[in-house]
Design a protein. Structure first.
Length: 248
């Protein structure tokens, strides 16, 4: 089972996350490309760490919104979003190649991630840009999303991720972050859910329904306290006989 986390989110003198420790625990790194978070030096450090630890590098694509950390819906038009995706891919890919690494998949961030679940126009812009840059580049995303639907139609390998620490509704969607119960904080519960997702391909929704997910990757938090939680999840998976390995 792949373990992915958001890394490379520091910017200038502002430091985010515990990247050095997190790189020891994950198998895939969603590296911020400088528009919603990150900067050239942080991207360089992230790609170098990933290369040295044999962690797969993914381009973490977001809206051009450093002030809002990519969490604000911008409603960008096709051409603007197309260009921003190409800009991010080219930037991270160039940095990665400079240290011997490569960009091996893409994943969206924040408000863009949410938009790509149901917004066909936004999804078409992202898929078109990724396809123009590299027609064979894998895309990681939410099951049943417009992004993965269109990416598959365009011939891209698509992979599904799941969230052990997020609450799910019975239809397989996530409880909105605006709900105070959207994120689970009990570590034992989160670890148990991660193991169930990895071994049984399902997660229990808020109403008790067992929702089939069958993920290729589990997303680990990149926020404060994330390293400790990631360590517990990885230990729990290994104890259950699940070997952490990259999905690509």
């Amino acid at each position: 089972m792949d373990l992915n986390a958001d890394v490379g989110q520091s910017f200038g003198s502002w430091t985010a996350g515990g990247d050095p420790a997190m790189f020891q625990l994950i198998t895939s790194a969603n590296v911020a490309c400088g528009l919603h978070a990150g900067d050239p030096v942080t991207m360089l450090d992230s790609c170098r760490a990933a290369y040295e630890l044999d962690v797969t590098v993914g381009a973490h694509l977001g809206y051009r919104d450093l002030a809002g950390y990519g969490q604000r819906a911008l409603g960008m038009g096709f051409d603007e979003l197309f260009g921003d995706v190409l800009y991010q891919l080219g930037a991270l890919d160039g940095v990665a190649h400079a240290v011997g690494a490569s960009v091996d998949y893409v994943k969206a961030h924040g408000a863009l991630y949410d938009a790509l679940i149901s917004d066909a126009e936004q999804a078409s812009a992202v898929v078109a840009a990724v396809n123009a840059y590299d027609p064979g580049l894998p895309i990681l995303g939410f099951p049943g999303s417009e992004l993965l639907k269109q990416a598959k139609e365009a011939g891209h390998p698509v992979f599904i991720e799941a969230f052990a620490d997020r609450a799910y509704l019975a239809d397989g969607s996530l409880v909105p972050l605006s709900d105070e119960d959207a994120v689970l904080h009990d570590v034992d519960v989160v670890v148990e859910r991660a193991v169930r997702l990895a071994t049984q391909g399902e997660v229990v929704a808020v109403d008790g329904t067992a929702v089939k997910v069958r993920p290729d990757s589990l997303r680990l938090r990149g926020s404060p306290g994330a390293v400790e939680l990631a360590a517990r999840i990885r230990a729990g998976l290994e104890a259950a006989g699940v070997e952490p390995e990259a999905f690509v």
